[in-house]
Design a protein around this ligand. Structure first.
Ligand code: FES
Length: 384
């Protein structure tokens, strides 16, 4: 309703006083149906943040030892969202009676995703990875959670040279970064220190990344080969790769984080200057294995299942075939954020990233919480 000033004295005040009744009449006359207009901003938002989308397994190619590169194409009617090199996606499928989800770093670049291709590297490690490697067929459709995580180069936060330290399949996010540097969607220098047992275990061919801005050093711990370093990542090697413009990124096993982190500290680079990708939280050692009763509410549905004290609540949910929302599986992203109705639990060492308000009002992250008694929780809906 547009109010235009009148030249007749008193007219403005009369029209102003009638505005409320006019507005009420217009509201009463309008339809109860929600507006259906499809705004450009909503379309863009849906493209950037599709939540869960569907993808088709287009191929599997063996790489390294007990690993394969899996190529995904968008399912009909969908497209791949934009992401930053270094981010991960989650894949979900029903496997037998279970509904499993796992996070995999993207090995492909943002440019490849724009061209309709995504690649992940899956190493034989656990039920879902085994399923993807040996049972999932070409042409099968999987649910994919949108790219997530903050393990990427940010020119405001990070410096112009990245020292990337990787072990085993931890090299995957750096493959994406190197491709992005080569194709021009990222602009920084990268030195990769990649530790593997033998050359055949390496998940990529270093010669495929020849570029002035990329330096690759393969360190073979159990093999001596001409042209490659032998042994482990040492303090001297780290020192040789660090200049005044270096940010350190690490992705690999926890033992590598502890060892390399200690060597970096000795070189004067503290934890604040080192970014490490969080590993999925798995089983824990317990003095005595116990099985508790877990009652789960999803909106108005209720399930009762068994939960072991050496496995996370998320594992118990997946084993029971309950589609449970998860992304990082390391307590960081908050996507599995659930409400504790009653019961006791323990959070995995050093991985309690809940906000103070979540702790105060009894919220927990099932991906990093182990049951200590019978429990009742309310979890979010998984829109597969
Ligand atoms: S899945 Fe990220 S916090 Fe649980």
């Amino acid at each position: 309703m547009i109010f235009q000033r009148s030249k007749t004295p008193g007219e403005d005040i009369r029209r102003f006083l009638s505005m409320t009744s006019q507005r009420r009449r217009l509201i009463d006359e309008s339809s109860d149906a929600l507006p259906t207009a499809d705004f450009a901003v909503n379309q863009l938002s849906q493209k950037l943040h599709p939540g869960i989308f569907r993808a088709v397994i287009a191929g599997k190619e063996p790489v390294g030892c007990n690993a394969a590169k899996i190529t995904l194409l968008p399912a009909e009617g969908t497209h791949f969202p934009y992401f930053r090199a270094g981010q991960f996606v989650t894949l979900s499928s029903r496997v037998g009676d279970s509904f499993l989800t796992r996070a995999y770093s993207l090995a492909s670049s943002p440019g490849e995703a724009r061209r309709g291709v995504m690649e992940i590297i899956v190493q034989e490690n656990g039920l879902y990875s085994g399923y993807l490697l040996h049972q999932a067929k070409t042409g099968e459709t999987v649910s994919v959670g949108e790219p997530s995580g903050d393990f990427y180069h940010d020119s405001i936060r990070d410096r112009g040279h990245v020292l990337a330290v990787a072990g085993g399949s931890g090299v995957t996010p750096f493959l994406s970064m190197m491709k992005a540097i080569r194709e021009g969607s990222e602009d920084f220098r990268l030195t990769l220190l990649y530790g593997v047992r033998k050359l055949d275990d390496a998940l990529f061919d270093p010669d495929s990344f020849r570029d002035d801005r990329i330096r690759i050093e393969l360190i073979l711990s159990e093999e001596e080969r001409e042209g490659f370093r032998h042994g482990f990542i040492t303090r001297d090697l780290l020192k040789d790769c660090i200049d005044g413009e270096t940010s350190v990124f690490m992705c690999g096993p926890d033992a590598m984080y502890r060892y390399v982190g200690g060597e970096l500290e000795a070189l004067g680079i503290g934890p604040h200057a080192v970014r490490r990708e969080h590993n999925s939280i798995g089983m824990r050692e317990v003095p005595e294995q116990k099985v508790f009763r877990l009652t789960v509410h999803i909106r108005d549905e209720r399930y009762v299942l068994e939960a072991r004290n050496d496995e996370t609540l998320l594992t118990a949910l997946e084993r029971a075939g309950i589609p449970a929302v998860s992304r990082c599986r390391s307590g960081v992203c908050g996507f599995c954020h659930s409400r504790l109705v009653k019961g006791m639990f323990t959070v995995h060492d050093h991985e309690d990233h809940r906000r103070a308000a979540d702790i105060k009002f009894n919220y927990l992250h099932p991906c990093c919480s182990y049951p200590e008694s019978d429990m009742e929780i309310e979890i979010p809906v998984f829109n597969v």
